[in-house]
Design a protein around this ligand. Structure first.
Ligand code: PLP
Length: 398
């Protein structure tokens, strides 16, 4: 009875998880493995946030909350939005879900019919195409290589829009590239979208606070498109709260209501205790964001310089998130000491894992082969050691 339904027949365990599992298996064998594979801040959740959750639980905030989130958290999200991005949504335009991931899923599930198209640039966060497919839509993937700064250009966007397009999906700062759209770039995309009134704009800004250039929200740059824009954000990355599962969407009321209808049948709403924690995070002291941001920037610089010093890996700069997405094509055609001939990014990452115990994710998982993703949300000791091993591996290639 448990054959897979057609709508999930194509969905596989993500390559990122497969690599984490391969790394864990090597560790169990006693190998010294450094995994730079996952996208999770290594900082702890701030103490005052944990305390607020504890207090909420002790006060009895342990029951179902309204489906779209507690009024006090939704109001605080609106206030944070005004403070940080200069616009204040109404409370009814905000929905809180179990992570940014559920916000995006709800939006697609609530709006896509079979054959509806969603435009996104590659490299992309691996979950996007799968979520689109599971919801019955068709991902329309536009290549955005290093020459385009890993960003969707207005011409590429214009060329991809059809009458079946329901959404264009933007992610800034981006996973896996770290690319950040400037206000001018967002404005140019908005210019194309003004001529396509049937297209919704989903903007994933989950890495807003991990950004080394001034951050610009699409919603701020193009306020006239607010009626068809959904902004996605959350506490997972900014406040080191991945396990608390709180994200939110800000959009037009009709869409938010439809997303709440989906959520009502899936989770009934996000955890009450986690919502209290998120409230403390976004309403409390924000100084830690800047401190952690500086720390991430410093780690980026260390890793980027070390990778470029190998001579075989080309690593451009990344303005945000905590990822680098270097090019490893100069290793193609070379042979590793164990005899593996490197012909693709996945050969490079697999041979590196075997030889030196460093786990990275090949670019093909993100729709752009020839690269790999490295997350630098790890300790400086791990990063320095991993870079030394990558350099040794590169030197060993013949
Ligand atoms: N969006 C992007 C681009 C991500 O990289 C991630 C996590 O890796 C998410 C959303 C998911 O965030 P959350 O933990 O809030 O579901």
């Amino acid at each position: 009875p448990f054959r897979r339904a057609a709508r999930i027949s194509e969905v596989e365990l993500s390559e990122i998880i497969q690599i984490s599992e391969a790394a864990a298996a090597l560790k169990r064998e006693g190998r010294d493995v450094i995994s730079l594979g996952t996208g999770e801040p290594d900082f702890p959740t701030p103490q005052h946030v944990v305390a607020a959750a504890h207090e909420a639980a002790m006060r009895g905030e342990t029951t179902y909350t309204p489906t779209a989130g507690t009024p006090v958290l939704r109001a605080a999200i609106a206030a944070a939005c005004e403070r940080e991005n200069g616009y204040r949504p109404e409370q009814a335009q905000v929905i809180v879900s179990a992570g940014a991931k559920q916000v995006i899923f709800n939006a697609f599930f609530a709006t896509l019919d079979a054959g509806d198209e969603v435009i996104l640039a590659a490299p992309y966060w691996t979950s996007y195409p799968d979520m689109i497919s599971v919801c019955g839509g068709t991902p329309v993937i536009v290549a955005a290589g290093a020459e385009a700064g890993f960003k969707l250009t207005p011409a590429a966007l214009a060329g991809a829009i059809t009458e079946r397009t329901r959404w264009v999906l933007l992610n800034s700062p981006g996973n896996p590239s770290g690319a950040v759209y400037s206000p001018a770039e967002l404005s140019a995309l908005a210019g194309v979208l003004r001529d396509a009134p049937h297209v919704g704009i989903l903007v994933d800004e989950i890495y807003q606070h991990i950004c080394y250039v001034p951050f610009a929200s699409f919603r701020t740059v193009a306020p006239d498109l607010a009626e068809r824009t959904l902004i996605v954000n959350g506490v997972s990355k900014s406040y080191a709260m991945t396990g608390w599962r709180i994200g939110w969407g800000i959009g037009p009321r009709r869409l938010i209501d439809a997303m709440a209808a989906v959520q009502g049948q899936v989770t009934s709403g996000a955890s009450s205790v986690s919502q209290a924690a998120a409230l403390a995070a976004i309403s409390g002291d924000q100084q830690l964001l800047a401190e952690r941001n500086d720390d991430f920037r410093d780690r980026r610089d260390i890793v980027q310089a070390a990778l470029n010093a190998t001579g075989l890996i080309r690593c451009g700069s990344a303005d945000g998130a905590f990822y680098l997405f270097p090019d490893c094509t100069a290793t193609f055609g070379k042979t590793a000491p164990d005899g593996t001939r490197i012909e693709r990014d996945a050969d490079f990452t697999a041979a590196l894992l075997r030889a030196e115990g460093v786990a990275l994710v090949p670019g093909r998982a993100f729709g752009l082969p020839g690269h790999f993703r490295l997350s630098y949300a790890y300790s400086r000791t791990s990063l320095t050691e991993a870079c030394a091993r990558i350099a040794r591996f590169c030197q060993s290639l013949a």
